[in-house]
Structure formats: C-alpha cells, structure tokens
Ligand binder design. Structure first.
Ligand code: SF4
Ligand code: SF4
Length: 189
C-alpha cells in the first residue's frame, strides 16, 4: 500500500515534539560533576605508609607499567643485645597511565593495602609522556579514595578493628584501675 503523502513528515514532527517536551538528560560536564559509583576505576592512589616495597604489584602488572626503586636501610636493634634489621625504603613509585589498562590486578595483589582505586578521572595530558605519574601525585589521589562501604549488620568484625578495639579496652581498663597505696617506709610516721 502506498504511503499517505505527508505521513513521514507528520511522524518526524511527532518525534520532534516528543523529544522537545522530555526532560533533558545531557550532563553539563564540566560545570556539573558526574555522580560516579563508589567503585569507579578512575586512577590508582598510593598509600605509601603501607608499602613495604615487596614488588608484588610491579611483578604481577600485565603491562609492566609500575616502576619502583628502593634501597635498603639498617634499623638498629629494638632491644639491647638484639639484632639489627634491614628494611626497604621506597625511593620511587610511578605508574605509566598511558600503558595501564585498569585491570586492577596491582590493587588486588597488594598484601599491605597500599593501592586503591580513586574515582578521580580528570588527569588528561596533552603529551603522552606526562601520563607517567610519580608517587607524589599517586599520594594526592589517595585522599580522593572514598571510604569503604559499611559492613552488613551481621558481618564478622574485621580482625584489625577487633585487635585495635581490644588494645584500646585494655588501655582504658589499666588507666581506670586505682593506684595501689604505697607501703610506708621504715622511719616514716
Ligand atoms: S591496573 Fe593493571 S595495568 Fe594498571 S598498573 Fe595495575 S596491574 Fe598494571
Ligand atoms: S604490592 Fe603493595 S606493598 Fe608491595 S610494592 Fe606494591 S604497593 Fe608496595
């Protein structure tokens, strides 16, 4: 059956009218920041206090884009007669985000909770060589990492929190105990 003349135009106008009256969903970025989900993979933040320079992240990274340099330092014995220990000191921690594929393996394998996803995504550069970000920048991003979601009401208490709570309780109990009166010395009245 031949189409009615002008029906195409009517349909087109109907679509236009429908769209004109619908609420716009265009995000006005950058004037309005997007509301990102908490586990967004924007960039990787480094909490360097937790990093023991174990090199696991660099070894497991499929793109070999984590660069770590360190040196060894001797720590004096903690007790008299004890042994000196040596520890790794971080000199450089950098990630080349022009190679990173955001797989998250480095974050998953870090045994010391030193790497985290940050939702920060505005780190575009005009030169690809500028996409290698050093520890200062990774540390800055660390402060943009959202707090972890609350535990389920029935969940077991994390062992770190349980240990910290027990220590705090012991300290509080020791402080609350009344001091024992001292025995009067000989010759004292
Ligand atoms: S997210 Fe993946 S590719 Fe990127 S640095 Fe970590 S391990 Fe490497
Ligand atoms: S795996 Fe974690 S602790 Fe080990 S070097 Fe990487 S960031 Fe540091």
């Amino acid at each position: 059956m031949a189409p009615i003349p002008g029906s195409g135009l009517a349909k087109g106008l109907a679509v236009t009218l429908r769209t004109m009256t619908r609420k716009s969903v265009t995000a006005q970025y950058p004037d309005t920041q997007p509301d990102l989900p908490p586990r967004t993979r924007g960039v990787i933040g480094l909490f360097e206090e937790n990093c023991t320079v174990c090199m696991l992240c660099a070894r497991e990274c499929p793109d070999w884009c984590i660069y770590i340099d360190s040196h060894k330092e001797t720590v004096p014995a903690a007790t008299p007669g004890g042994r000196e220990r040596s520890r790794n000191v971080l000199d450089r921690f950098a990630i080349d985000f022009s190679l990173c594929m955001y797989c998250g393996i480095c974050i998953e394998v870090c045994p010391f909770d030193a790497l985290f996803w940050s939702p920060e995504f505005e780190y575009a550069e005009t030169d690809i060589r500028e996409l290698t970000h050093e520890r200062d920048k990774l540390r800055e991003w660390m402060w943009t990492v959202p707090a972890p979601p609350a535990l389920d009401p029935g969940a077991e208490e994390p062992k770190e929190i349980a240990a910290a709570r027990k220590t705090a309780e012991k300290l509080a109990a020791a402080q609350a105990e009344p001091e024992e009166p001292t025995e009067p010395q000989e010759g004292e009245s």
